[in-house]
Design a binder for this molecule. Structure first.
Ligand code: NAD
Length: 295
């Protein structure tokens, strides 16, 4: 059993910390929002009054925060309060540059750290079936693996510091682009008289098959797990998809990669967010495709 400090108990961090408790660990949680802290307490997490209290004496500290700004601010406090034997694991999705800054600051203060963003959404967080993409040294990857295990289906070492974030944004570039393509295909089918069911039955067993179709289909009524069946309540909000596509677009620009589809997907999710879609599941972009298709 390990003592784990967990900072950020939101949609993802809440169920992730609950699975660590189920895995037999002592979890000390902290969040700025009292309701998040109370919900975590109900699952067996010990509530802490501050970041310092959550991380003091912990074997590992996991952060699950909105972005890089919050991560770096939080690390300022963590590095002053934890002991250097503590392994720092950041599972938030952040800019590669911020992730590498966090690693540098941790190393300067004598801490081992990994970036370990996740794929699998809130359903994967609840079921303990997330995919963790780990960036860091082999040694720190090996230290992180048993800590992540109760929350994971797979823990994959993607290379040195920051490479977990690189892999995560590559995955979400594919995800965002595929959701738009699936949505366009359904709307095209609607226009030209092919039923949703017929299109689904063919594409789901053909070369166009993908997660955006067979797990989170943007049309309701075809796939049990889809957020479309729940009025597109997220799931994975369009605002977060836009955040991830922007991270991918900025990394593409910085690295000189010609990611034209990534740029276009970013523009289309920006438009959908601007038109009121931010709080809906990212599969709701099909509504935007319909609206912009005219009559
Ligand atoms: P969320 O907004 O529900 O949770 C973030 C939590 O962090 C909030 O409860 C907030 O109060 C807390 N927080 C912010 N600043 C803090 C601070 N300084 N100290 C303590 N707590 C603080 O977001 P989420 O959906 O849980 O996502 C968390 C991260 O995981 C994001 O980086 C997101 O991109 C990533 N992610 C989300 C999903 C998803 O499906 N929701 C999937 C994969 C990855």
């Amino acid at each position: 059993m390990a003592v784990i400090g967990f900072i950020g108990l939101g949609h993802m961090g809440g169920p992730m910390s609950a699975n660590l408790v189920k895995g037999g660990h002592e979890v000390r949680g902290f969040d700025l929002v009292p309701a998040a802290l109370e919900a975590a307490e109900a699952t067996g997490v010990t509530p802490a009054g501050s970041i310092a209290e959550a991380v003091a004496g912990a074997d590992a500290v996991i952060t699950m925060l909105p972005g890089g700004k919050q991560l770096l601010e939080c690390y300022d406090q963590v590095l002053g309060a934890a002991s250097p034997e503590t392994l720092l694991i950041d599972s938030s999705t952040v800019d590669v540059a911020d992730a590498r800054k966090a690693h540098e600051r941790a190393a300067e203060a004598g801490f081992g750290s990994v970036d370990a963003p996740v794929s699998g959404g809130t359903a994967g967080a609840e079921a303990g079936t997330l995919t963790f993409m780990v960036g860091g040294t082999e040694e720190n990857y090996n230290r992180a693996q048993p800590v992540l295990e109760p929350m994971a289906r797979k823990v994959i070492h993607c290379g040195g510091p920051g490479n977990g974030q690189v892999t995560k944004m590559c995955n979400n570039l594919v995800l965002g682009a595929s959701m738009i393509a699936v949505s366009e295909a359904f709307v095209l089918g609607e226009r030209l008289g092919v039923s949703h069911q017929a299109l689904y039955d063919v594409v789901s067993i053909s070369t166009g098959q993908c997660w955006s179709l067979t797990t989170n289909c943007p049309v309701p009524g075809l796939v049990e797990t889809s957020r479309a069946n729940h009025d597109y309540e997220p799931g994975f909000a369009a605002a977060l998809m836009l955040k991830d596509l922007k991270l991918a677009a900025s990394a593409a620009e910085q690295s000189g990669t010609d990611a034209a589809i990534g740029r276009l997907a970013t523009e289309l999710y920006q438009r959908f967010n601007d038109e009121g879609g931010a709080g809906f599941d990212f599969g709701a972009i099909i509504k935007s495709v319909r609206e912009h298709s005219g009559h």
